[in-house]
Design a protein around this ligand. Structure first.
Ligand SMILES: Cc1cc2nc3c(=O)[nH]c(=O)nc-3n(C[C@H](O)[C@H](O)[C@H](O)COP(=O)(O)OP(=O)(O)OC[C@H]3O[C@@H](n4cnc5c(N)ncnc54)[C@H](O)[C@@H]3O)c2cc1C
Length: 531
């Protein structure tokens, strides 16, 4: 967009502002390479707890060896500005007790404990943004069902300054559309008066997908608990006792990124190579996500596991330079009716070719694991080693792929020359006043890493814009927070020996690229802030 506040050096402080980092426990990761880079975090970081699992997953340690065997280099960190390579990922996890650090348990609890919490309206849904005659947002019509099943009640929340919508990739464009901001060709069909014709609302949906082959392995995976209720009970006991064990791990924990290499790349068509070349040079085309579980057709990981006594795992390529674009639209003028989604996953021929070739590369990785004695049978359980032609592989992928849940871009940020832009670089909605959209829908494109850290950073950046602060932003006022949090989690953390604490200061990031936080599940963000 030409806005230098989004250059790596200028945007980096907003990544750093949210996180407080706890180093991993070296004793847990003694059989693998896990360099520490506490210098990628700041001692003055915010309330979001970032660390590693209190358990080194066995298949993750083999994933590392596998990636090295096929030519991926081991990175010191995924937070140092470079993604091409492989490393353990930092997680939004509280290393003291192994529980997830969510937006609620971190930002909101910090605000409550610091006495700066906003007013929260629970069980309350935004139905419509309200505008004055000159297209200035004045508030939001909301509906609350109250507690304990009380009747629904509609009321208006008035904005003193602005309305900020953060309803996510699907509901933010829906809320804009039912409020009169969106494509002229759509809104009148539902009796909605058009306040501003913005054809880009609901368009430009990016997402990442993953898929892979499933094989039995000779290391413990999630299948163990599914095969045996007794084992499952032991795993639960272990997690509850000290926040460790397999249930403390976020998958295999170890991830890789690369461009599709030869000989697979040579099988891509010229048009696909040209399409992939439109991405920046340091933007990887594939992510490698090992999963210590049977994925099957990804309809239900518990029920699909064969439960035949074997431990199952999969090594999955994810398409992270996708060319397919989906969209979101409305089915009525009522927010309580779900929006209509067309994710259009894998519809672009370049995505399909990349998917097929990456699947073939995943079999090269399985060959390495077989040579190391990690596969438990000579067979591939799904789809089966007889599935070899491009068409058959694509058919399998189209039946078994799954989103990585990274949908973004449906209220795209862009400058005035972009007819599909919905918001400017300070997240202000074009054509109206006093309205911003700040969430994953605001992204002009979906970065190749996982989006959570960038969503938090964007929120920090727009907050600084609103407050008129220049970079770097000041750190959080954490006075009293750590002590209060420690008291609150006393019961939970009693007897729990988490990772060693470390908040060493160090060098700033050096080059453009990545900042990775893997959420342990979905982030729950506040829907609306009123300033
Ligand atoms: C299963 C799963 C696993 C994931 N794992 C990772 C991961 O490991 N790493 C990573 O980086 N990302 C991960 N993601 C993606 C990440 O969670 C999302 O990108 C992120 O949460 C998007 O943030 P957001 O603020 O845009 O929207 P959301 O987090 O979806 O927040 C939107 C909020 O608005 C509320 N809302 C919607 N409509 C209304 C309304 N009308 N009125 C009031 N409130 C409303 C919703 O209830 C929700 O709380 C995962 C997602 C899922 C679903």
């Amino acid at each position: 967009m030409g806005d230098q506040s989004y250059s790596w050096d200028n945007f980096l402080p907003y990544y750093l502002k949210s996180c407080n980092y706890t180093a991993f426990n070296p004793a847990l990761y003694n059989s693998t390479i896990l360099p520490q880079e506490p210098g990628n975090f700041e001692p003055t970081g915010g309330p979001l707890s970032v660390s590693f699992s209190n358990y080194a997953d066995a298949f993750g340690t083999w994933a590392q060896k596998t990636y090295v065997s096929v030519g991926m280099k081991v990175l010191n960190s995924l937070n140092a500005g470079v993604l091409n390579g492989s490393a353990y990922s930092t997680l939004t996890i509280d290393a003291r007790d192994g529980y997830r650090s969510t937006s609620e348990s971190s930002f909101l609890q910090a605000a409550i404990l610091n006495g700066t919490a906003p007013t929260i309206y629970k069980n309350t849904m935004a139905l419509k943004v309200l505008f004055s005659g000159n297209n200035t947002a004045t508030g939001v019509l909301v509906r609350t069902a109250g507690d304990y099943g009380t009747n629904a009640l509609n009321f208006t929340l008035s904005a003193r300054k602005e309305v900020i919508v953060s309803a996510g990739t699907f509901q933010s464009p829906q809320l804009l559309m039912v409020s009169g901001i969106g494509p002229q060709q759509t809104l009148p069909k539902y009796g909605i008066q058009v306040l501003k014709d913005l054809p880009g609302v609901g368009q430009n949906m990016w997402d990442h997908v993953l898929f892979g082959a499933n094989r039995p392995v000779n290391v413990l995976t999630a299948s163990a608990g599914l095969n045996s209720p007794i084992t499952a009970g032991k795993l639960v006991d272990r997690f509850l006792a000290n926040g460790s064990g397999p249930l403390a791990a976020f998958g295999a924990g170890y991830y890789g990124w690369e461009d599709l290499p030869n000989p697979y790349r040579a099988n891509l068509s010229n048009s696909s190579i040209a399409a992939l070349n439109t991405f920046p040079e340091d933007w990887p085309e594939l992510e490698w996500l090992p999963i210590s579980a049977y994925l099957g057709y990804q309809t239900n990981r518990q029920r699909e596991d064969p439960r035949d006594g074997y431990n199952y795992a999969s090594i999955n390529p994810g398409i992270i330079a996708p060319l397919s674009r989906g969209n979101v639209t409305i089915s009525s003028a009522d927010m309580t009716d779900p929006p209509i989604l067309d994710p259009a996953w894998l519809t672009d021929p370049a995505d399909q070719e990349l998917a097929v070739q990456s699947f073939k590369r995943s079999r090269e990785m399985w060959q390495y694991l077989t040579s190391q004695g990690i596969t438990a049978t000579p067979y591939e359980t799904l789809p089966g080693l007889n599935v070899t032609s491009d068409q058959d592989i694509l058919t399998y992928i189209s039946k078994s792929f799954m989103t990585i849940y990274h949908a973004a871009g449906t209220c795209k940020m862009g400058n005035t020359s972009d007819s599909m832009a919905v918001i400017d670089s300070q997240a202000r909605v074009y054509g109206v006043q006093g309205l911003r959209v700040v969430d994953a829908s605001s992204f002009p494109f979906l970065p190749p890493g996982h989006p959570q850290s960038t969503i938090y950073a964007l929120a920090e950046k727009i907050a600084a814009d609103i407050l008129g602060q220049s970079t770097p932003p000041p750190g959080y006022s954490m006075a009293g927070y750590y002590e209060a949090r420690s008291n609150l989690s006393q019961a939970r953390s009693n007897g729990i020996g988490g990772a060693a604490q470390s908040n060493d200061a160090g060098s700033m990031f050096r080059s453009p690229g990545s900042f990775m936080l893997l959420a342990m599940g979905a982030v729950s963000a506040w829907a609306l802030y009123f300033l």
